[in-house]
Design a binder for this molecule. Sequence first.
Ligand SMILES: [Zn+2]
Length: 410
Amino acid sequence: MATKHQVEAEGATARRNITYRLLPQKQWRWRWLEQTLEDQRQLYIAALQERQDCYRKTGRTITYFDQSKSLTECRSALPGMAKCPLYIQRGTLQRLDFAYRSFLQGKRGYPKFPGRDRWNSMALPEGVKVRDDTLVISGFGGIRIRRRGTNPHEDGRPTSAVLKREGGKWYAVVCYAVAEPERHDDGTIVGVDMNVGQVATSDRQIHYGPDTEMLEARKRRYQRMLSRRKKGSKRRERARQKLAKTARKIAMKRHDWQHRASRQIADSAHAVVVEDLKTRNMTASAKGSVEEPGRRVKQKAGLNRVILDTGWSALRRMLEYKAGRMVAINPAYTSQTCAACGVVDAASRRSQYEFRCTACGHMDNADLNAAANIRRQGLAQLRGEAAGTPGRRTANTCSAGKPGAVEKAS
Ligand SMILES: [Zn+2]
């Protein structure tokens, strides 16, 4: 308990997720996982149904608290339901509530009735402990866990978890409350240029993205295989599993790379400057409208695929919580400006890689040149802020792990 109070007293608490492999070992544990998962799906469906019916009849939206209350009543009426720990069922209702609120805020579509193949995880908003290599789920017991490497947040306090099934295996994503080491502002600042497949920094480093070419080729092969095979056949199911496995491998490789790159960048300076890119807008524009179809749809679609694949938004999120401070600047002209003399000329950017200033002849790698410009702009913005001119600032917050957390707009 001492650590708990310590963590909360310091105020600067962050949430960090760690994924473990779950090893049920005995069949009855496995069955419990599968059964509980299915029960949660049924509960979700029932709760969604209740919300729909109520809205249709009374025009009123049921809240989480209403449903949580009726859950308690259901549990005393149905002994079968009371076998499952209450907090797991509450987690399911919270999940529905979150989906509903996202819908009402226009962020997502209307919640769907989940089919068996679409329902692969359950939330444990409380009641989890990690002891050595065991995940202790209150009301059930321990399940062995395994993770490569050590736990980087050993002093953290596990607060919640998500148990998920992926490709026939079970995982536990445990959310830890960790005390953030107080970072003092030493005035260092680094500019980051995120380009297709690579990230360049103003301290002249280029982080090349992970090499997933082989895996991508394999994925395409399985996709072709899948489309050739007959629906509902065993062979198709095998191809589907192989495809899913490859896709997961690619995602994991990328995720790992993002963590490494963001850690290195965040450690290199206190403030990290990034371009305020709206990746979503960029990727949506290529399609054009029905009346006016996008002109370079094909080329742009190709580029967009790579942009999305590089995982900018995920990298940015990681930088946001790892860096002492994050500054977002206007991305206009950062790639056309000369970092040496400041002259803006589109012709200076000779190619994807080469920058040669038309005014002063300064030559550099195009991305490194851009990173230097980004740093300068970020510096100017920070100075403007210090002088009293409000600049755009991004809050250094992390909402990971909280099922209902909504990102604050800054
Ligand atoms: Zn120049």
